[in-house]
Design a protein around this ligand. Structure first.
Ligand code: G3I
Length: 378
């Protein structure tokens, strides 16, 4: 069997110190140095191929990664037309106390998008986690409405006119909590009730009428009983809200695909996409990546399989003209949540994104470009 380089060996070969910090530092800020031009030899960018079909391509990242790693920052600027903060807009980062907001980390990302003519996307106003330490002991049924609407007013107000889209709510449907309405039993449901949904969307629309307002969900794409339940409860919730003119404008399909799960993007999902489009909702593929833990160690067959999953998913989704944007949850395998949350048992680097951990395009990159080229224009 071909020996696979460890992450550390691969980085050494590429002249990158572990941690990816060798090519610059905070002092260089957002300047993209000439020595970090490895990525610019790639030629075609995913954003250009997607853009040619009227689709925005982007990725999630954290500000520290762009600040500390000019090679990554350069790749990001070359490949992405849209940036979504991976954590900077979550309560845990944004709300050090019940009275204050810390916009600095997210503002740093916004400034990067301005410098590189990219669009900015908000994730997320109201979710079930992660919250700062003060939150649980603070929220109660008397203050929950004000806490939620003050938060949305403060945050959506701060970025008014600057956001391509906002995830107003995230991972709302959770049949495992056994509520008859399928809603997750979050603090918002417990202290406000299901009406928190329409309250959140109305407040966001009032504060930022130009952002596309998104309901972001996970597992909608799975061809499984779990996927069926998610789709059923989502439609059951969203239809009456739309009838009452609640400004829900798009659904976010997270699409954290899992290699080895049976059935991704099958006929039931296709029917769901059609129904979502018929309801007048846009679709954003919001967090695409692949967990490769069940795939072979060798890079070549592993990359091939990961790329096949991207192809399978994108070729099911992109024909729907309601799809306006596709984002991967990270751009390079050097920085992905999966390293921590879904590591491989053989300790090898995970490879679920379009660029590997030395910023070279993988088979997934080619698969994405091919999928965008085949998509009908919108
Ligand atoms: O910033 C702290 C650092 O100070 C501390 O030393 C370190 C110790 O573990 O933790 C750092 O915080 C981590 C944070 O990511 C920033 O990297 C948290 O532990 C970690 O829990 C957090 O995980 C994020 C997770 O959401 C929870 O917010 C992942 O990076 C992020 O990829 C993930 O994103 C979610 C989407 O919001 C919703 N959809 C699913 C997706 C993947 O789980």
């Amino acid at each position: 069997m071909k020996r696979v380089m460890s992450r550390r060996e691969a980085m050494k070969t590429a002249g990158i110190a572990a941690g990816g910090m060798a090519l610059g530092g905070i002092a260089e800020g957002w300047a993209l140095s000439a020595e970090s031009s490895a990525a610019s030899t790639i030629g075609a960018s995913i954003k250009d191929h997607a853009g040619a079909r009227g689709i925005l391509y982007g990725a999630a990242t954290e500000h520290g990664k762009l600040e500390n790693d000019p090679q990554f920052a350069q790749l990001f600027a070359e490949q992405c037309a849209l940036l979504v903060p991976e954590g900077e807009l979550k309560w845990r980062t944004l709300r050090p106390t019940p009275e204050t907001f810390n916009f600095a980390p997210a503002d740093a990302l916004y400034n990067f998008t301005k410098q590189h003519q990219m669009k900015f996307r908000g994730h997320v106003l109201i979710a079930h986690d992660p919250y700062p330490g003060w939150f649980e002991g603070y929220i109660n049924s008397s203050n929950a409405k004000k806490l939620m609407t003050d938060h949305i007013r403060g945050v959506a107000g701060h970025y008014a006119g600057k956001m391509q889209s906002w995830d107003v709510v995230n991972e709302v449907i959770y049949p495992q909590d056994n509520r008859s309405d399928g809603l997750r039993n979050s603090a918002w449901v417990r202290y406000i009730g299901p009406d928190y949904l329409e309250m959140a969307f109305h407040t966001a629309a009032e504060m930022d009428p130009s952002a596309l307002l998104v309901w972001n969900e996970n597992w909608l794409e799975e061809d499984s009983e779990g996927g069926d339940a998610k789709r059923k409860f989502f439609l059951q919730q969203v239809k009456p809200l739309l009838k009452r003119n609640v400004p829900i404008q798009a659904v976010g399909l997270q699409a954290h695909l899992v290699a080895g799960h049976p059935g991704i993007a099958g006929p039931r999902f296709q029917a769901f996409l059609q129904e979502v489009g018929d309801l007048g909702l846009k679709i954003i593929v919001s967090e695409l990546d692949v967990r490769d833990g069940s795939l072979p160690a060798d890079f070549s067959p592993r990359d091939q399989k990961v790329a096949e999953l991207y192809t399978q998913f994108l070729s099911a989704v992109l024909p729907h003209k309601s799809v306006v944007a596709v984002l991967t949850w990270g751009l390079s395998n050097r920085y992905t949540w999966l390293t921590k949350f879904s590591p491989r048992s053989d300790q090898l680097p995970v490879r679920g994104l379009p660029f590997d951990d030395v910023m070279k395009p993988t088979a997934t990159y080619a698969a994405m470009i091919k999928a965008f080229d085949a998509a009908p224009p919108r």
